[in-house]
Design a protein around this ligand. Structure first.
Ligand code: ZN
Length: 140
């Protein structure tokens, strides 16, 4: 655990038709946000979510080709391979209000989305391969 402090907050909307996670990554890279948290809400035209299989140490991806609400998007910003990297999970709801959720993968296309990015000051959190889980976790 490390102590961090607030630095600045960015707030805006994402471009219709663009990729959700890639858009958040681009904002963090262009604004030099390398440590922070992300929240967003809105609606997507379709989505691709990941589920990490703890036995095989591999992501299983599922495509949802339908319009859904972004009921919640929660993520963090750290460094991976030397550049800003957003790790986000989402809860999406369909027309009946039923929820699905998981690891937000490239392939979720924005219909409309409002975001808030909280940038922090603090020690860099760099991702590296973790042999126990097979995941790119924060190094100590
Ligand atoms: Zn994840």
């Amino acid at each position: 655990m490390t102590e961090i402090s607030p630095k600045r907050v960015l707030m805006g909307k994402l471009v219709h038709g663009s990729d959700l996670i890639e858009s958040l990554n681009e904002i963090c890279r262009s604004e030099s946000v390398t440590l922070g948290r992300v929240e967003a809400l809105g609606t997507v035209q379709k989505a691709r979510l990941g589920y990490y299989n703890q036995k095989s140490h591999a992501y299983e991806f599922h495509d949802f080709d339908q319009a859904m609400e972004i009921a919640s998007l929660s993520g963090n910003v750290s460094l991976k391979d030397g550049e800003a990297f957003v790790h986000a999970h989402v809860t999406l709801t369909d027309r009946q209000g039923k929820a699905i959720g998981g690891h937000l993968a490239p392939g979720a296309i924005i219909f409309a989305c409002e975001y808030v990015i909280h940038a922090f000051d603090g020690p860099a959190h760099e991702r590296g391969f973790d042999a126990t889980t097979g995941l790119p976790l924060w190094k100590d």
